[in-house]
Design a protein around this ligand. Structure first.
Ligand SMILES: Nc1ncnc2c1ncn2[C@@H]1O[C@H](COP(=O)(O)OP(=O)(O)OP(=O)(O)O)[C@@H](O)[C@H]1O
Length: 304
């Protein structure tokens, strides 16, 4: 079940929170919805869930507005409005929700186990850490076994082990064919989790692609040195890789260090240095959201 945003706009007083936003979120993949603080992520997700009325445009899940699904909570699990009564236990909180979602009480213990909260099931939520609250919020979204998960900053408050756990869970849920949309203001936080990225700034779309394509945009390359740079350049060009000569080394794009090393070895060319220079994704992300022209031009190339 895909999510579709078409020409979505919303302003609050004089503030244009979301402006003519159009993008799609595919099933079976984890999509990162990224943008700096105040860029309009939460407002967009709230419009998807029918909590805010757009000034223009549509936000559809599986081809219709969220509220028009016969059992909406069985279709979309969203962590936007997660609030817990501090005096209630984790199990009690989920048991209260179960009838509204339309699932039997037995489902509660399943989702508590899924998020690693079985041992804390009968503890009061008021005493929960931020990470435990995040897990409970996730349990809430999973209650209706929905096809679509919409998670607002789910990694907030999780420790490193918790972040790895969340990554594995989200990847598993996507592998089951679910649509997983995860908002974050830090690309690095979701980089290892997401398949696709949607970046917004000041309410506008600035980039939408697979993560792989964004890595290409970030221009990762292999740095190679050797006694005969001209011969090494010819070897790389024959493989169809892009080669730039930079002083005492070559910068080769479109290949891994292993591929460059193997090609040089096959051609009998000595290599003195072979370094894979990782894509600086965070820098690309910051360029995108600050609207720097270089990144914008590159984005248009990708879009074309
Ligand atoms: N109910 C509201 N009334 C007035 N202004 C609002 C309201 N909701 C959002 N805004 C404004 O709209 C803009 C976008 O806010 P939004 O919360 O959607 O951003 P965000 O990308 O989710 O930010 P963050 O990462 O900080 O959560 C901000 O300028 C915010 O102040």
């Amino acid at each position: 079940m895909s999510i579709e945003f078409r020409g979505l706009s919303k302003s609050f007083g004089g503030v244009q929170a979301v402006s003519d936003l159009t993008f799609e979120v595919a099933p079976g993949r984890v999509t990162g919805f990224l943008g700096p603080n105040g860029s309009g992520k939460t407002t967009t997700l709230r419009m998807l869930m029918g909590l805010v009325t757009p000034d223009a445009g549509t936000a559809l899940v599986g081809g219709r507005p969220y509220a028009e699904h016969p059992h909406p909570a069985r279709v979309v699990g969203a962590s936007l409005e997660a609030s817990f009564h501090p005096g209630r236990t984790a199990r009690g909180h989920l048991r209260t929700l179960a009838p509204h979602v339309g699932v039997p009480a037995a489902r509660v213990d399943e989702v508590l186990a899924q998020v690693g909260l079985s041992a804390a099931a009968d503890r009061k939520v008021g005493g929960f850490s931020l990470g435990m609250r995040q897990r409970l919020a996730l349990a809430t979204t999973l209650l209706g076994d929905p096809d679509v998960l919409v998670l607002d900053e789910p990694a907030n408050g999780l420790d490193p082990a918790g972040i790895i756990w969340l990554r594995d869970l989200l990847r598993f849920l996507a592998s089951e064919g679910r649509t997983v949309l995860v908002s974050s203001h830090v690309l690095a936080e979701v980089q290892a989790t997401v398949d696709d990225v949607v970046v917004i700034a000041q309410g506008r779309l600035v980039h939408a692609s697979s993560l792989a394509e964004m890595v290409r945009l970030a221009d990762s390359h292999v740095r190679v040195c050797g006694p005969d740079l001209a011969a090494l350049a010819t070897v790389a060009q024959e493989q169809g890789w892009r080669v730039d000569r930079r002083g005492d080394h070559l910068r080769i794009s479109g290949a891994s260090a292993a591929q460059v090393g193997a090609a040089a070895f096959a051609a009998g060319q000595a290599v003195h240095e072979l370094t894979e220079v990782g894509a600086n994704l965070e820098e690309t992300f910051l360029q995108l959201v600050s609207g720097e022209s270089v990144a914008a031009e590159k984005t248009q190339e990708v879009a074309a």
